[in-house]
Design a protein around this ligand. Structure first.
Ligand SMILES: *Cc1c(COP(=O)(O)O)cnc(C)c1O
Length: 376
């Protein structure tokens, strides 16, 4: 991982370092676990906040040729980044009226409801071409995909699938991060029953966590996102993946306060004795969640220091009593995410998940990308 004293080259409040070698290594580990299944890379929300423009080429160099985005516009942007011939799926399918853009950029829509199926079929008829489309069925999460009632309304898939080229039948698991949750087997059984109603086509059920549920869940293609970026796919078990980000925040000021002095909005932290307080240049506007007020921690050369009081928009106050002053000079940095503090640990202190911490990381940081070299 990165050295601790990461000094911002610019005036930015923090340096966000993305380790592209870690992303590539995570891809290879997932490929190993997935056996014969193709491993796609999920790129939604700008590669979970890490930056699709750099992450996607690094994944391509590791052998990834199938990508997923949530939105059409994410897919259009990704088309300009990945190697020619890469498959780009759009999980939400085309919003009404946008199918022509999907075609123009060679994206594959995931068709989630009868309206999307009909619009895509009609467009294929007009174009005189059977364009590739994926079909999502709801196996029990009740979020996206054709419901049993939708399937009844559409009739025999052998008829309506003839309008386009059906390249993938997929569904999504609700509880894959809890290995022995009964929903996993229930959804897989339902997925198999639904698959039997379709003509033979490639199938996909697994997100990151489900890759670790074993071969029964792999089918032909797996769709990890979080695990590529180092999030533990099985919370409570050792994390086999490499952390891919670190966040080092700049110290703005350090002060000594006396017993009875209050710190921050709401005066929620009151010193019981003489304390040293460091103010650092990251706040909730940068994705350092306000829920970390009074809960979060940072590290100074590996020494854990607590957040003192409320997280502000642009700054946090830390209780750095006991840390030598030579290490607390303005311009020096403290570790918010890195070798001592995993993104999942930050998430636990904020009562959320690593996904949310990563995807909220803000746009004011200086971003550095390391590794990921070589040709696609
Ligand atoms: C986000 C998403 C994924 C990736 O999930 P991770 O848990 O990040 O691996 C896969 N499939 C679908 C349908 C998704 O929405």
């Amino acid at each position: 991982m990165q050295p601790f004293h990461v000094a911002p080259a610019s005036r930015a409040g923090a340096v966000l370092t993305v380790d592209l070698d870690a992303v590539a290594a995570n891809y290879r580990l997932l490929a190993e676990r997935a056996g014969r299944a193709v491993v796609a890379g999920v790129m939604k929300a700008d590669a979970y906040g890490l930056g699709m423009a750099r992450v996607a080429p690094a994944l391509a160099r590791a052998g990834c040729r199938v990508f997923f985005t949530a939105h059409v516009d994410e897919g259009i942007r990704l088309r300009g980044i990945v190697p020619a011939g890469s498959a780009i799926y759009v999980l939400h399918g085309p919003p009404p009226g946008s199918a022509a853009d999907v075609v123009a950029h060679g994206l594959i829509p995931v068709l989630n409801d009868p309206g999307q199926v009909r619009e895509w079929s009609a467009l294929c008829a007009r174009a005189g071409r059977r364009l590739a489309g994926a079909v999502q069925v709801d196996s029990g999460m009740s979020r996206m995909g054709l419901s049993p009632a939708d399937l009844d309304a559409l009739g025999d898939p052998r008829d309506w699938l003839a309008a386009f080229e059906p390249v993938l039948l997929m569904s999504h698991l609700a509880c894959a991060d809890v290995p022995d949750h009964p929903m996993n087997t229930r959804q897989r059984t339902r997925f198999d029953a639904l698959r039997a109603r379709f003509p033979a086509m490639p199938a996909s059920l697994a997100n990151s966590s489900a890759v670790f549920l074993g071969p029964d869940f792999h089918y032909d293609l797996v769709r990890p996102g979080a695990a590529l970026y180092g999030i533990n796919p099985q919370p409570g078990h050792p994390n086999p993946l490499r952390q891919a980000v670190s966040l080092d925040a700049r110290i703005v000021q350090v002060r000594t306060i006396q017993a009875g002095a209050a710190v921050g909005y709401g005066a929620r932290y009151v010193a019981h004795g003489t304390r040293r307080i460091a103010t650092i240049a990251v706040g909730y506007a940068d994705g350092w969640l306000r829920a970390l007020s009074g809960h979060g921690h940072a590290y100074v050369d590996g020494v854990r220091v607590p957040v003192a009081g409320t997280v502000s928009m642009d700054s946090i106050t830390l209780d750095v009593t006991g840390i030598p002053d030579a290490r607390l000079q303005p311009g020096m940095t403290v570790e918010l995410i890195g070798p001592h503090q995993h993104v999942d640990a930050v998430a636990a202190e904020a009562n959320t998940i690593g996904y949310e911490v990563l995807t909220r990381l803000g746009s004011r940081f200086e971003r550095r990308y390391v590794g990921g070299g070589g040709d696609m």
